[in-house]
Design a protein around this ligand. Sequence first.
Ligand code: ADP
Ligand code: MG
Length: 701
Amino acid sequence: MLDINTSLKSVPRITPKYIRVLEKLGLFTVKDLLLYLPFRYDDFSKIVPLSNDFVGQAITAEGKIIKAKNNRLFRRKMTITEIILEDQNRNLLKAVWFNQSYILENFPVGSTARFSGKLGTNGKYFSMSNPAFEKSTRDATNTGCLVPIYSETSGITSKWIRWQIKTLLPLAKNIPDILSVEIRKKYNLSDIYTTLSQIHFPDSSEKLIRAQKRMAFQEMFLVQLKTLEIKKEFEEKDSNKIKFDEKLIKNFVSNLPFKLTNAQRKSTFEILKDLEKSHPMNRLLNGDVGSGKTIVAAISALQTISAGYQIALMAPTEVLARQHFLSFSEIFKNYDFNIALLTSSYKLVYQKNKNKIIPRNDLLEKIASGKINLVIGTHALIQKDVKFRNLALVIIDEQHRFGVNQRATLQQNIPRESASSPRESAQQVPHLLTMTATPIPRTLAIAFFGSLDLSILDEMPKNRKPIITKIIAPTGREKVYSFIRSEIKKNRQVFVILPLVEESLSESMLDVKAVKAEHERLSREIFPEFKLGLLHGKMKAKEKEEVMEEFKNKNFDILVSTSVVEVGIDIPNATIIVIENVERFGLTQLHQFRGRVGRGKEQSYCFLFSEKKPARLNIMEKTNDGFEISEHDLKLRGPGQFFGTIQSGLPDIAMEHLSNVKLIKFARTEAKDLLENDPKLKGHPLLADALKKFSEKIHLE
Ligand code: ADP
Ligand code: MG
């Protein structure tokens, strides 16, 4: 007898060939398969009479087969299956398929069928190419309904999955519901069986939405349980209490060349208060590009070093690490601190205004003995042999660019061997400050970073002039180019950014080709009188750095680059940024690029080159406020862009409903209540189990 825990291997229709693919998808039992959810739907629910009104739309036609044949095109090694269906009004539909000759056997002349697809017409016939098909005698599963599309891997089709799930679905009645009856009642959520039935085979889009809401709530509930659990774990660990030295901080702040913004003050205070606690800080400093995160981090560093502890600052790239090294060296030039830069190509120690390169082992020795106060680096920092003497604060810049494990490793780098009292220190965990320049909408921050405390820099330093942004149609190009000429003559510098040619996570050779071609075009045809640099992701870190360095030193007037230009790079003299093909970028991303300029005293400009001038870009002209733009972007494109599904591991269903603030709040309230009464979930074994599985696949820190 089949049940939900039966291995898929014992399901009669599933052959070993399929087992292999299913296992790759992480599906082992009947229950796993039933919980494998579609990521989208084809809406074939309209079964309609053939009519010109529906041409161009996805529909389902039903009728009698009056002609059916396979045409073999030997020379092109292709078979075309052609079936003509006559509907009740005697209108004709010609359906064709390529290389699927087996279809013919299913539809003998005289039988009835449903075909679903986009309706076309060639005058004599209505037409469909490669439609989904089904005998009329069958339940509407592949045609005539909202047809679920599953993420497929080779060897397995959505149609096959639908077929399997259809027969196994009654077993879903035995899946225990991890949401209690009370919660379901309170928020009007359907039970798990109804939910799964409607998600796999929706009766209507209303019922489907209700089912998706329930799944989204469930996912969000688990997310909240998990984040609260992480938060609690943090609170149970010990850390070094670092006393707030008011005089020290006041003195430092009053000697800064500028006045801190209120947001900077508030954030700094929140951090310094956290450092005084005996359990580790876990705080995210979220502030737009240029909002001044560095100085906030520096004040935390000052307090920590002055209390006699070490600090590690990790940045995602060499260029950024080096920039931080230079900034911190400058900020602390009047202090007697030893600051080191550790990346794979640099081992640098800053000692009283003297940069010097020393062998890696010597540097590691200095770190281990505590001679170095502040180590700045890339992931070179988390190599096994990097040992600290008394690391009390870890700062991570652009946190989203690191994997969870990398972050955890650095934080767990607890002093053991050299501690004076091993028993005491073994439990001690450094305080953690993460920083990000991606303005994260509040709802999302609550949803995903519920385990972190949040400090927000939502205020720009006063001396900034807002960047002037213009969307430029192709006809406006020349004018922009001549404006650029006049600005360069005033000694300003320019970024030109090209998007990735293909949508992918990293740059391809195609992108390199495109950026080279644009560099060539601009150098020869547009700006022959100026010097142009080139930057792309296929260059070695060292090369990239040299190019940035040269740009900074004004050896180039214009830097043509793919989207690799690092977040956080500081070139105050660059006052113009041109972004090509802006259609390819999200608003949040465009805003990040824009932040490359506007860092100095001069007026800065951002030109967005666009063929189509899509309306969604208008907000870029209207505001420089990153939080406003990201809220807007969240509404337009959903939350996926802030944390790719890949990164968070959350299913699309939950992601789609994330802009639903109420749902997040309800889930959080319920999770809090539950954990207060049953912190270890002892009375909720189902939930505990679901949470464990869930934790394995998603990352929330
Ligand atoms: P980000 O938040 O992008 O890391 P930075 O910390 O690099 O921003 O700061 C950008 C620039 O603004 C730096 O040159 C910094 O010295 C300057 N800055 C920071 N805070 C202030 C302030 N309150 N007033 C004026 N300038 C500031
Ligand atoms: Mg920064």
